[in-house]
Ligand binder design. Sequence first.
Ligand SMILES: *Cc1c(COP(=O)(O)O)cnc(C)c1O
Length: 353
Amino acid sequence: MYPLLRVDLNKIEHNSKVIAERCAAKGIKMMGVTKSFCALPEVAQAMVDGGAEYLADSRIENLQKFQDIDVPKILIRLPMNSKLDKVVKYADVSLNSELKTIRALSDEAKKQNKVHKIILMADLGDLREGVLPGDIMATVEEILKCGGVQMIGLGVNLTCYGGVVPSTDNLGELGKLATEIEEKYGIELEIVSGGNSSSYFLVENDTMPDKVNNLRMGEILVLGRETAFGNKVKGTYEDAFTFHGEIIEVKEKDSVPKGEIGMDAFGNKPTFVDKGKMRRAIVAVGRQDVNPEGLTPHDDKIEILGASSDHLLLNITESEKEYNVGDIMSFNVDYGALLELSTSQYVDKKCVK
Ligand SMILES: *Cc1c(COP(=O)(O)O)cnc(C)c1O
């Protein structure tokens, strides 16, 4: 049924295999991050089939969806104190930066007769989550006193809020901190996690600091794109996910609305360029499901004019194809569009092989 978000599982598996192999060649294990597609279990499985050794998501509800896949499950958003029982139950490992939460996790884990594993996050400049470098040692010391948690790693997240690009400097600092912790406290850190898809270019350049042995990969696996510079990754597919919508009107109309121009459905005052008469199509999907700027029509002669809550307006004048009511129009999606379409309950999801 339409609107439809379609996933080619072979392409996801292929992308995962390509990236996992290139990472493995540099001693790096890959976590497959599933949040962009709301953790559809078939897609998560395709990531594992391709070589992801862990599955990771920012939401505990998503981790619950693939409990039967036999890899460690990582919660990559700092846990909420109100959901720690579920964190201990459904996540094998969580990323953490707050001692209050870590102590409460430890208590909860003891209650469930478990040891919950944690990766401590360091903030190396991006100003999202993480303990500042100067506070790391004191934090580790306190973590080691908690019987219910085991610190198995150190991690960093970059290029998410501040747009800070991963480098041999900041990831070198991560490695140095990890070595310092290991030497000072006599523990082994199994995971030194050097970030997300934006760190991949250091693997290709062969400039990833040695101590980094883990990356958390989301966008690069689903859209074949590294995210430090937005470059396409050679040998991967960018169209594993595609969007398909149904045409509900095709008519020749003016390009400029008639009458006084007030506000559009979202409170903005629109402006128009007069291009004369246009052949226009309406697809049954709207801003309630997706921001139209994140869609790219497969037919490159088609122009997206805009969208209201549930109508997507297209200029099809230049297209060589004859579009009719009931026809399906296909689009590539960007990361934002993928998130939104995955989340919309009005959009059907279909996995194909
Ligand atoms: C979303 C997220 C990732 C994955 O990011 P991509 O850019 O999709 O690879 C990794 N780590 C954390 C902490 C995240 O929140």
